[in-house]
Design a binder for this molecule. Structure first.
Ligand SMILES: NC(=O)c1ccc[n+]([C@@H]2O[C@H](COP(=O)([O-])OP(=O)(O)OC[C@H]3O[C@@H](n4cnc5c(N)ncnc54)[C@H](OP(=O)(O)O)[C@@H]3O)[C@@H](O)[C@H]2O)c1
Length: 243
C-alpha cells in the first residue's frame, strides 16, 4: 500500500476543499502535516492537533519569516488559490494582480523561500488547473496565472533535479468545493451551470476532492520517484475531447 509514513508535508490551502481533503489523507497515510492558510480556525478544523500556520502565501516577508523557523520538509502540496471570473476586457488591473498573487506569486514565494528546507528526495506538488492548459472565455486572469504554475513546476523540476527533489503539477477540471459553490451561488442558473460544468468531460461529472488527494498522494510518495516536471490533467477525460 502507498505510504507517506515518516514524511513531513506542508499543505497550503488546507482549511478548505482540495487542500483540506489532501491534508486529511496524508495524515491517514502516516505523514506529519503542517497546515497553512490565511485563517487559523478552518485549519484547526481540518486536523485538530496538527501544526497550523496562519500565512498569506503571497506575502513575501511573511513567507520568508516562516521559512526561517520551518523544519525540514519531505513534501509540499500547494493548493492555496482563488478564482475571480472575468474576460481580459472585463477584468480590472486590481483583479488581475489579485489572481496572479493568489495563484502564482504564492506558490513561487513558498518554493523560493522554502527551497532550502526540502530534504534530498523531497517531492513538491503544485495545483494548477485544466483551464491553464485549454482556454475558456470567462476566467482569463486565473487561467493565465495557472498556466504560469504549470511552467513553474517544470522549471523547478530542472532546478531541483541535482538535489533529487521532484516537482510536478496537477491540473484538475471542476471539482466540487467551496470555490465552485461560490461561483454557482452567484449564478442566475446554478443548476444549469453545474450541469454544464459536468457535461464538459466524457465521464459527465465533477471530480471529487478525494480523487485529487489520491493523485497528490502518489506524487508525494516514493512510488513516483522517477516522475518530475509533469503537468497531469485530472479532469474526467476533458483533455481528450476535440473542439
Ligand atoms: N475546485 C475546482 O474546481 C478547481 C479546479 C482546478 C483547480 N483548482 C485549484 O485547486 C486549489 C484548491 O481549490 P479549492 O477548490 O479547494 O478551493 P477552496 O475550497 O476555495 O480553497 C482554497 C484555499 O486556499 C486558501 N487561500 C486562498 N488564498 C490564499 C492565500 N493568499 N494564502 C494562503 N491561503 C490562501 C483559502 O484559505 P484562506 O481563505 O483561509 O486563506 C482556502 O482554504 C486552488 O489552487 C484552485 O485554483 C480548483
Amino acid at each position: 500500500m502507498t505510504t507517506l509514513a515518516g514524511k513531513r508535508i506542508l499543505v497550503t490551502g488546507a482549511g478548505s476543499g482540495i487542500g483540506r481533503a489532501a491534508a486529511r489523507r496524508f495524515h491517514e497515510l502516516g505523514a506529519e502535516v503542517i497546515l497553512a492558510g490565511r485563517r487559523l480556525e478552518p485549519l484547526q478544523e481540518t486536523l485538530p492537533g496538527a501544526v497550523c500556520i496562519a500565512l498569506d502565501h503571497a506575502a513575501d516577508e511573511a513567507v520568508a519569516a516562516f521559512a526561517r523557523t520551518c523544519p525540514a520538509l519531505d513534501g509540499l502540496f500547494l493548493a492555496a488559490g482563488e478564482l475571480v471570473p472575468g474576460s481580459v476586457e472585463t477584468t480590472s488591473a486590481a483583479d488581475f494582480d489579485r489572481m496572479v498573487s493568489a495563484n502564482l506569486k504564492g506558490p513561487w514565494l513558498i518554493c523560493h523561500h522554502l527551497s532550502n528546507c526540502l530534504t534530498t528526495g523531497a517531492s513538491v506538488v503544485l495545483v494548477g488547473s485544466n483551464i491553464g492548459i485549454r482556454a475558456i472565455p470567462d476566467s482569463a486572469a486565473y487561467s493565465v496565472a495557472k498556466a504560469g504554475v504549470h511552467m513553474l513546476a517544470k522549471v523547478l523540476a530542472l532546478e531541483w533535479a541535482p538535489r533529487q527533489v521532484r516537482c510536478n503539477a496537477i491540473a484538475p477540471g471542476p471539482v466540487h468545493t467551496p470555490m465552485v459553490d461560490v461561483r454557482l451561488a452567484a449564478s442566475a442558473d446554478p443548476d444549469g451551470d453545474l450541469a454544464k460544468l459536468a457535461s464538459v468531460n466524457p465521464l459527465h461529472r465533477l471530480g471529487t476532492v478525494e480523487e485529487v488527494a489520491a493523485l497528490a498522494v502518489h506524487l508525494l510518495s516514493d512510488e513516483s520517484r522517477w516522475t518530475t516536471g509533469t503537468v497531469i490533467p485530472l479532469d474526467g477525460g476533458a483533455m481528450a475531447v476535440f473542439g
